[in-house]
Design a protein around this ligand. Sequence first.
Ligand SMILES: [Zn+2]
Length: 290
Amino acid sequence: MLEDWSEIVPEQPELDALVDFLRGALVGETIAEVHLGEISALKSAQLPLDSLLGARVGSVTRIGKFLDLEIGDAHLIVHFALMGWLRWYAEVTRGPVRMGKGPLALRVALKSGAGFDLTEQGTKKSLAIHLVPSRDQVPRIAELGTDVTELSEAEFTTILAGTSARIKTVLRDQSLITGIGNRWSDEILHAAKLSPFATASTIADPHALFEALRMVLDRARTGLSGLPPGRIKAAEKKLSTVHGNAGASCPVCGATIAEVVFADRSFQYCPGCQTGGKRLSDRRMDRLLK
Ligand SMILES: [Zn+2]
């Protein structure tokens, strides 16, 4: 199982918005400088970073929750992590960067003068950058299931029928469906009025859940469309009804939005809409995570 629990790992709607922006800003541009700011961010480098110099950006795509920049004959593949994102500069600072200081993982400067930083706040560094000749050489990419934007209702129904795992776990399992994480699975389950702990194979109306999935992701995609990278994170919070909103009133039923918290993770739900008024306990949470 490939899970991603972190609160702020970007998912399909926000990554597609980032891809839209980068296609306009990067495709056809030539790389002038590349500087590594955090050595541990470079998880696999089958090519030297210098091989990017003078190369042109050919394409920008999303694969699951990965960003894939095709640059010359190489793929620069990024998996954002907790607090990781991209900062775009119309004029990027040139020259060497200080290693291991602050949030900078990698800086790329273009011949045009523009450029971007891949960043990660905090002390726990898990942003992952791969520089490889082909995307298949990133192990986790080979294990990804169907992208959520290409998922048919028939396939979704088959996935649900085939597992007795909790629905919250199934929606985030990247080997089954790729692109959904903690935020949008909270929102989908709220829209579908389903408990996060419901057993996938016993869900009475998979059609309604699929409709909720489409509705939530389409709404997020539309809401984030056209935004520059620096505004996407704030906008996704505004588009979230339950996720990150524990203690607030549910706009649908008025109940207080609750959460299940442990260590560095949490998820939110509405007891009124989703669990018949019951609060989910942490003891059950432990079982969910097995
Ligand atoms: Zn509610």
